[in-house]
Design a protein around this ligand. Structure first.
Ligand code: TMP
Ligand code: ASP
Length: 236
């Protein structure tokens, strides 16, 4: 399958059309951004690592019955996926407090939540992706159906249950993660985008060492080593 035309360039990926209707190629970029792209960087090889990690995780989810846009990995840096219309909500699930929830609600970093806390953020760079509730989703015209929002939450919880257990066996804590969903050509909501150390937080189970994009956000160094370690553990 070949790339025909670039349709979209995001912060982490480029999307290309193919000769097959409704099928796209997503290329994972080496670029790194944080804080709504105020901080920019580039890590050679990061795209390949995210492509491999995300493909592996999407394959696990597909096997567990989660419907996704993922079709197959083409090569080190490219996947084939179904074309979807992205729903402009970042669905974040948190198992352990850190990042923006600790700042916003004054919750001690590292506090373990009794259940996965699901939050919606409005995917809008100009507004800085603000946190939103169900009613905001409706007045923003994202959906007028409560069942769509309930579906996003229940999928996030199911995915959390699958991935949390999986990472636990790899000596990693799945601290939190961000999902994006889209509508396919039948209007069905399916999981899209990526699941990688760019969009998740992983801490080593024994040392709590951060093995994700926080290494870039917080200038901790060894970004690529951390992503390589995540890949090494999940495939082993
Ligand atoms: P936060 O604590 O900064 O709100 O991040 C929560 C989770 O969502 C964390 O795993 C990182 C991920 N995330 C993204 O993938 N993209 C984003 O734009 C933001 C803000 C967070
Ligand atoms: N992904 C967002 C950005 O690129 C924010 C983040 O992940 O920290 O700006």
């Amino acid at each position: 399958m070949n790339k025909v035309r670039m349709l979209y360039e995001g912060k982490g990926k480029k999307l290309y059309s193919t000769y097959e209707e409704g099928v796209l190629i997503a290329e994972f970029k080496d670029d790194l951004t944080a804080f709504n792209a105020e901080k920019k960087g580039n890590e050679r090889g990061k795209g390949e690592l995210n492509c491999k990690i995300s493909s592996f995780l999407f394959e696990i989810l597909e096997k567990q019955g989660i419907k996704t846009h993922y079709l197959k990995r083409l090569d080190a840096q490219n996947i084939l996926c179904k074309k979807v219309e992205i729903i402009p909500i970042e669905v974040v699930t948190r198992n352990i407090a850190t990042g923006s929830i600790s700042k916003r609600l004054g919750i001690q970093e590292g506090s373990v939540f009794p259940f996965g806390v699901v939050e919606f953020y409005y995917k809008d760079d100009a507004l800085g992706d603000p946190i939103i509730n169900d009613e905001h989703c409706k007045i923003l015209g994202i959906t007028d159906k409560q069942e769509d929002l309930e579906f996003l939450k229940s999928q996030a919880r199911k995915i959390n249950a699958i991935l949390k257990d999986f990472f636990d066996t790899k000596n990693l804590k799945l601290v939190d993660f961000k999902l994006e969903f889209g509508r396919d050509d039948k209007g069905e909501i399916i999981l899209a985008d990526e699941i990688s150390p760019d969009s998740c937080r992983f801490w080593d189970k024994t040392t709590n060492e951060k093995l994700d994009k926080d290494r870039f956000r917080q200038d901790l160094g060894n970004i690529k080593l951390a992503y390589e370690e995540v890949l090494r553990r999940i495939v082993s």
